[in-house]
Design a binder for this molecule. Structure first.
Ligand code: SIN
Length: 484
């Protein structure tokens, strides 16, 4: 790895302020080339317990700090991330594969959560409540929930950590993070910068491991961990949800989606194509909020297909470090196999590949941008997350059809619609069963707006003022026995 940062980025894990190595390690690979970037410690369930011990020990002092002092440390962390943003972007592209321009965007996006929560932590207000009895007064105060655990994914190796850790630390919680085994290096780099910024030992711990199920069991079973936050598949989210039941932990789950993106006849074609491109091909289609089913009304269908093919034809498939790259590799061989199998299954049931549809010759994990038409709502490709650069188009006739098809899924994370008719846009946005709706917009994630899903897409919200509340408990204090 030849990345120039002002302090070298670590390859050891962080427990209680100590950089921890282990005899057993695992390699981190560059998905564009298959080359090894580094070896990181393959930690055990015992190490996870040590990390919880450290977070537990650090909690009282961190929680007792005035929010303003915590904010100053978080602001320093933000500044250090911004100062190292180019090196972090290169690290992200190396281990995750996304194009450098997207990595730069993600570093800024990720840092924005720390900046936002540093300020928002100062506004963890309680209430005073008009009394019911003359001798009493009621108030609420907000207190940090305690030790938290975070299990984070590979597709946004910085932003999905800062969205959780920035918030937890701002609220006065301490945290143990288990990053994806595909992208641990960004997590460790973030932890180093947090340490340099003055986040105290034990407040932010990172454990790298290949044994996610066993480490997950430790994090979910320990009664001292009062909250679990997870971004990943619905399948794993359900396991963690069950495992947290015995200790009644608070949970934030950001799980899978099956986002509908609806283009009505009255859409602005250019806007619809730009929004679809942004939503579908961001991170080579590997986001939970990617348009998974593109529903196009019959009157605009042919024009839209032609315009989408033209736009997708301009994408440049290449290793992310190549300045021209707009579509990097997928994360691993399973991801490529899944895309291939969803496509061949759709084609065998009558779908038509309009462009792409095959692996790209840049390397084993590259797949060509693909547009497929003739998809119907019952096909597997319309019911499972594709997580690849495949735009799957379903034709529909009426607004009611679009809403019915869009909502016919157990998932409810993101949804999108394109229409120039304000009444229709509002009506459909209200009718869509999703936690987030983009109207004439293909990408809406940011630090000030609540991110999260309904139905089997998850619980709770991240970012925004709502995100802070997920790390706080409300305590009611009743002051009684007062003389009139
Ligand atoms: C995700 O795909 O899990 C996150 C996407 C985002 O933050 O926009």
């Amino acid at each position: 790895m030849n990345i120039k940062s002002s302090t070298p980025f670590p390859t050891a894990a962080l427990i209680g302020g100590e950089w921890v190595t282990s005899k057993k390690t695992f390699p981190v690979l560059d998905p564009a080339t298959g080359d090894k970037l580094a070896d990181v410690p393959d930690l055990t369930p015992d190490d996870a317990k040590r990390a919880i011990d450290a977070a537990h020990q650090a909690f009282p002092a961190w929680a007792a700090k005035p929010a303003k002092e915590r904010a100053q440390i978080l602001r320093k962390w933000y500044d250090l991330i911004i100062a190292e943003s180019e090196a972090l972007a290169q690290l992200m592209t190396a281990e995750q594969g996304k194009p450098l321009t997207e990595s730069r965007g993600e570093v800024a996006y990720g840092a924005s959560f720390i900046e936002w929560f540093a300020e928002e932590g100062k506004r963890a207000y309680g209430h005073t409540i008009p009394t019911t009895v003359a001798s009493r007064r009621y108030v609420t105060i907000k207190q940090p929930i305690g030790v938290c655990a975070a299990i984070t994914p590979w597709n946004f190796p910085i932003a999905m950590i800062t969205r959780k850790v920035g918030c937890a630390l701002a609220a006065g919680c301490t945290i143990v993070v288990k990053p994806s085994e595909e992208t641990p290096l960004c997590a460790l780099a973030l932890a180093k910068l947090a340490q340099d910024a003055g986040v105290p030992a034990g407040a932010f711990n990172v454990i790298t491991t290949l044994d996610s199920p066993a480490v997950g069991k430790v994090l979910t079973a320990d009664d001292r961990v009062r909250k679990l936050t997870f971004t990943g598949s619905t399948e794993v989210g359900k396991i963690l949800y069950r495992q947290c039941a015995d200790t009644i932990k608070k949970l934030t789950l950001e799980l899978g989606g099956n986002a509908p993106l609806i283009i009505f006849d009255d859409a602005d074609l250019q806007q619809a194509v730009a929004g679809t491109m942004a939503s579908k091909f961001r991170n080579a289609g590997q986001t939970c909020v990617c348009a998974n089913r593109i529903l196009v009304q019959a009157g605009i269908f042919d024009k839209f297909v032609a315009a989408l093919k033209e736009a997708a034809g301009k994408l440049v498939v290449a290793p992310g470090r190549d300045a021209k790259s707009t579509v990097g590799p997928l994360i691993n061989a399973d991801a490529i196999e899944k895309v291939k199998s969803l496509l061949s299954n759709a084609v065998s049931q009558g779908a038509k590949v309009e462009m792409g549809g095959k692996p790209d010759d840049h390397g084993a994990l590259f797949f060509s941008p693909t547009v497929v038409t003739g998809v119907t709502a019952d096909m597997t490709i319309a019911n499972e997350e594709i997580f690849g650069p495949v735009a799957s188009l379903i034709r529909f006739e009426t607004e009611a059809d679009a809403i019915r098809i869009a909502n016919n899924t157990p998932f409810g994370l993101a949804a999108y619609l394109f229409s120039q008719n304000v009444s229709r846009a509002w009506r459909v946005a209200e009718a869509l069963e999703a936690g987030m709706v983009g109207v004439n917009e293909g990408v809406f994630s940011n630090e000030v707006a609540p991110f999260g899903g309904i139905k089997q897409s998850g619980l709770g919200r991240e970012g925004a003022d709502e995100g802070l509340n997920e790390y706080l408990e409300t305590k009611m204090i009743c002051l009684g026995g007062m003389n009139a």
